[in-house]
Write a protein that binds this ligand. Structure first.
Ligand SMILES: *Cc1c(COP(=O)(O)O)cnc(C)c1O
Length: 368
């Protein structure tokens, strides 16, 4: 790996291949793989990641919002793309760009059917989302008959899949609740299917569902975090490889005396003679102010250097009093060994938030 000489997010595409193959090894041979590439493929780069996954023969993509799907189409991605959280204002674009909406309530169903009819569509693929306990998006079990009778009145749309989402698939203490969600999903999909003339895809599991509930893979799984190298458990983290390394460099070293302060609001006061290093990465790059004042840290020459004082917009200062280092030396915020999941745990968040927060200002570098 090249040494960083500015702030970069390095993406290791061979680690992505490894994670894809590992997750695939947990599936039956004919179970389809939907890769979740929302939020810039969890903070990395949705186009590069999607293109690489297309080479690996992924079956489906999902994004949260319509414009994320448009960006993939603009880049030449041709695999089907499920839009998890569309709004009626996006429906014309969805059809123009061959994106496939999640239909999560009556309002969305009626509006989408109206637009497909206006645009003379036949059998436009849609995905019916059910709420089985997350209480976020989706129809209820009691809506099945209503949906089916509405669909019988039109040939403009076709149900490509029926799906739901687990609330706590990573939590062994919630096994009973998760098994109840699986059972509800089974009942709904059987009832729905018995009213259709074709067999839609059924999918329920996110990454932790794939790993913890092999009985619930149905015809397709939806994996996001696992592809990016996190398994939401110490055991699975051993088998996966984080694809992203956030690196930077020491811009300047300061020597300060006891009682001198560092940074805005004079939030840090030296306890004696100390050395600090200034690093060109700040809250505008995704290093939240919550990591300030010792909660977050970086690694310099293999040693942990805590953030001192407040995180600035474009930089942080870290304590290097006991670290042998020089201006220009590389700084690791996280990588495959000093994992984002550990920084997340130490600062009270989850890996998902750390990696998706790296802002677009940070240069992406791809290792093939
Ligand atoms: C984001 C998302 C996923 C991916 O979940 P991971 O835990 O990252 O695997 C799957 N399904 C839905 C509906 C999502 O919103």
């Amino acid at each position: 790996m090249p040494k960083a000489n500015e702030t970069v997010l390095e993406i290791d595409l061979s680690a992505l291949t490894h994670n894809f193959n590992y997750l695939k090894s947990k599936l039956q041979p004919n179970t389809k793989f939907l890769a979740v590439v929302k939020a810039f493929a969890y903070g990395s780069d949705s186009v590069e990641i999607a293109k690489h996954l297309e080479e690996l023969k992924v079956d489906y993509f999902a994004v949260a919002y319509t414009n994320e799907g448009v960006a993939l189409r603009d880049a030449g991605v041709t695999t089907p793309i499920l839009v998890l959280h569309p709004q009626p204002i996006n429906f014309k674009t969805i059809i123009e760009r061959c994106l496939e909406p999640s239909i999560y309530n009556d309002r969305i169903l009626n509006e989408f059917v109206k637009v497909t009819e206006t645009l003379s569509q036949k059998h436009y693929p849609v995905h019916i989302k059910f709420n089985t306990g997350l209480n976020r998006l989706g129809f209820w079990e009691s809506d099945v008959n209503d949906i089916v009778s509405k669909l019988k009145d039109t040939s403009s749309v076709k149900v490509k899949s029926i799906f739901s989402h687990l609330a706590a698939s990573e939590d062994p203490n919630e096994r009973v609740f998760t098994e109840k969600q699986i059972a509800i999903f089974k009942t709904i999909s059987e009832e729905f299917e018995s009213n259709l003339r074709h067999k839609p895809l059924l999918h329920l599991c996110n990454t932790s569902g794939v790993l913890n509930y092999p009985q619930a893979h149905f015809n397709m799984i939806r994996s996001g975090i696992g592809l990016y190298g996190f398994g939401n458990s110490a055991k699975e983290d051993k088998s996966l490889k984080p694809i992203a390394s956030l690196k930077s460099v020491i811009s300047q070293i300061h020597k300060i005396e006891k009682g001198e302060t560092v940074g805005y609001n004079r939030a840090y006061k030296a306890n004696g003679f100390e050395k600090t290093a200034t690093i060109p990465i700040g809250h505008a790059d995704g290093i939240s102010r919550l990591y300030g004042n010792g909660k977050g840290y970086v690694f310099i020459n293999g040693k942990k250097a805590p953030i001192v004082g407040n995180v600035c917009m474009d930089m942080i200062m870290v304590n290097i009093t006991n670290i042998d280092c020089n201006e220009g030396d590389e700084v690791i915020i996280f990588n495959a060994y000093n994992k984002a999941s550990m920084l997340a745990e130490d600062s009270g968040t989850i890996s998902y938030e750390i990696i998706t927060s790296i802002s677009q200002r940070v240069k992406r570098v791809f290792i093939k």
